[in-house]
Design a protein around this ligand. Structure first.
Ligand code: SF4
Ligand code: FES
Length: 248
């Protein structure tokens, strides 16, 4: 298929960006979206133009790096997938495809389609871990009993890959789905209880410092999340936060 691409080009964080039009021809419907971008970049390099900068790593829906806005939707027109899992059969010959970076104050553009999501790393560093001694006296995994329901819910929350689609989609640029998932995966397990109060207070504090907005229960984040993280996790985080605040 032959496509027209309108892509956000921006030379650097302080430079004004703009949409630039490109044509790509003979794109196979079996290609992934990122392979189509590779074709465009080879085309640009051949004529001496600068290739379009975009993030990717695993190309199999695990790392959360390939975060793009495609035709006005985070991760493109399909559901429950990342951009690297999006296939060109989703588009038709002659289509115009708009490709932009995730936009939020806390995700400044570095170059073209690449944004700085280290704000997520700083939230994780504020409490997204447990401190356990693993040097020689590790407990047998079966020694701590966990109900099947709690284990399943914790695993569902742990599926969050930190892609940022929830932030990019939210009209308030709220990171509460991400933080809710990270708080939940420990709040549901006995191993997470020791540091539970500090964790939620510190992560929410860091979230606010980074400039993310608040949640107004619109639910767009849940719809666009490629990993099916639900609003239940935000409700759980709010309960954990209230509990920790009352504890003082
Ligand atoms: S909650 Fe979903 S959309 Fe948000 S960072 Fe995690 S995986 Fe991405
Ligand atoms: S490149 Fe890793 S999730 Fe897409």
């Amino acid at each position: 298929m032959n496509l027209t691409l309108k892509i956000w080009r921006q030379k650097g964080p302080e430079v004004k960006g703009k949409m630039v039009e490109y044509k790509v021809n003979d794109i196979s419907e079996h290609m992934s979206f990122l392979e189509m971008m590779d074709v465009l970049n080879e085309q640009l390099i051949e004529v001496g133009d600068e290739p379009v900068a975009f993030d990717h790593d695993c190309r199999e829906g695990i790392c959360g790096m390939c975060s793009l806005y495609i035709n006005g939707q985070a991760h493109g027109p399909d559901t429950k997938i990342t951009v690297c899992q999006l296939h060109m059969r989703t588009f038709s010959d002659g289509d115009t495809v708009y490709i932009e970076p995730f936009r939020a104050k806390a995700f400044p553009v570095i170059k073209d389609l690449v944004v700085d999501r280290t704000s997520f790393d700083r939230i994780q560093q504020a409490g997204g871990f447990i401190s356990v001694n693993t040097s020689g006296n590790t407990q047998d995994a079966n020694a701590t009993l966990i109900s099947k329901h709690a284990a399943d819910e914790a695993m569902d929350a742990a599926a969050c890959i930190g892609c940022g689609a929830c932030v990019a989609t939210c009209k308030n640029s709220s990171a509460m789905l991400f933080v809710g998932a990270k708080v939940s995966q420990y709040a549901l397990l006995p191993q997470g209880q020791v540091e539970a109060a500090d964790r939620v207070l510190n992560m929410v504090h860091q979230m606010d410092l980074e400039g993310f907005g608040n949640c107004t229960n619109t639910g767009a984040c849940e719809i666009e999340c490629p990993k099916g993280i639900t609003l239940v996790n935000i409700a759980r985080m709010n309960r954990e936060f209230l509990k920790a605040s009352l504890k003082g």
